[in-house]
Ligand binder design. Sequence first.
Ligand code: ATP
Ligand code: MG
Length: 189
Amino acid sequence: MTRPPDPSSASRRTRVFFALWPAPAIARRLHREGERAHATTGGRRMRRDTLHLTLAFIGDMPRERLEDLLACADKVDFAPFALVVDRIAAWRHNHIVWAGASVQPPELESLVSQLNAALADAGFPVERRKFSAHVTLLRNARGELPASDIDPPIEWSVRTFALIESDLAQDGAHYTVLKFWPAAGTTGH
Ligand code: ATP
Ligand code: MG
């Protein structure tokens, strides 16, 4: 027999990650690149309003740890930067089509390493694999997609990072932005 989910127990845990969350105009362009690739590879297109670049994935944790997580992000000293998204490619091992930048801005590397250091200090799990900045556009993609240029490149002006809550659903993950952190000297816009 299946039991209905117990809302009180479900709400005690949360699945979270830090990400760069694009402004709608950038998300639109990324989404269009996904559409173009989809003609070649098929697969499931990520919804436009869910496109993001994961900085650090924490995963499932007790909700009561959220305050500690916010404190980690508060420690990060982050300068605004431009991310030039100029490449689209596929990973065979996980059937993902993604967009990325051929030049990794040092500010992005710094943001990720500061976040990981703060997370590790606070006892959160941190990714051991080398950070690989990418925006997932398609999942379950099949067939060959030679890496190619996005022309003209998508110029993403990064002025915030965000903590996102992920609710895994049948039709794909649903995300909620829990908090934005603006870059130094900006209001985040
Ligand atoms: P679904 O799992 O339903 O396909 P999703 O992967 O978008 O959806 P999550 O699994 O909650 O949703 O992941 C949120 C983000 O974190 C995604 O960008 C995902 O690629 C990334 N992510 C998930 N697991 C890991 C992991 N173990 N390490 C690094 N990044 C991860
Ligand atoms: Mg996932």
